[in-house]
Design a protein around this ligand. Structure first.
Ligand code: ZN
Length: 120
């Protein structure tokens, strides 16, 4: 019996589906909220909270489209600071993660002596 190890590429393909699904969901939500706003016309009780949802969805859409763009370029899943591959397990929980868990908690570049040169 031979084991068939799942390659990182296979797992990235799964993450792509997750990203695309989330992208669609947020886009649908934004469309619905926009339609609701059109219909009510004026400020209603729920307007404030729906504005918050809209802002959250907009930001999520931006993160998701960036992640999908990186996937196309083959840069997805790599830490933007230290350039190491981010663990799939970590990406599964945070598909739009730009940094590995270590860099995520690290202080911003410039504040530490050890920094990698060159930002894309
Ligand atoms: Zn890193």
């Amino acid at each position: 019996m031979r084991t068939h190890p799942v390659s990182r590429q296979d797992e990235l393909d799964v993450l792509r589906m997750v990203l695309e699904e989330q992208y669609e969901r947020h886009r649908t939500q934004l469309a619905l909220l926009a339609r609701q706003a059109d219909r009510s016309g004026r400020t209603t009780v729920g307007a404030e909270s729906s504005a918050t949802v809209t802002a959250v969805s907009r930001r999520a859409l931006g993160d998701l489209s960036r992640a999908l763009h990186h996937l196309e370029q083959g840069r997805y899943g790599r830490c933007q600071r230290c350039r190491t591959d981010i663990a799939i397990e970590y990406l599964a929980h945070r598909p739009v993660a730009r940094y590995c868990p270590r860099c995520e908690v690290a202080p911003p570049p410039g504040s530490d002596r050890h920094r990698t040169a060159g930002t894309p």
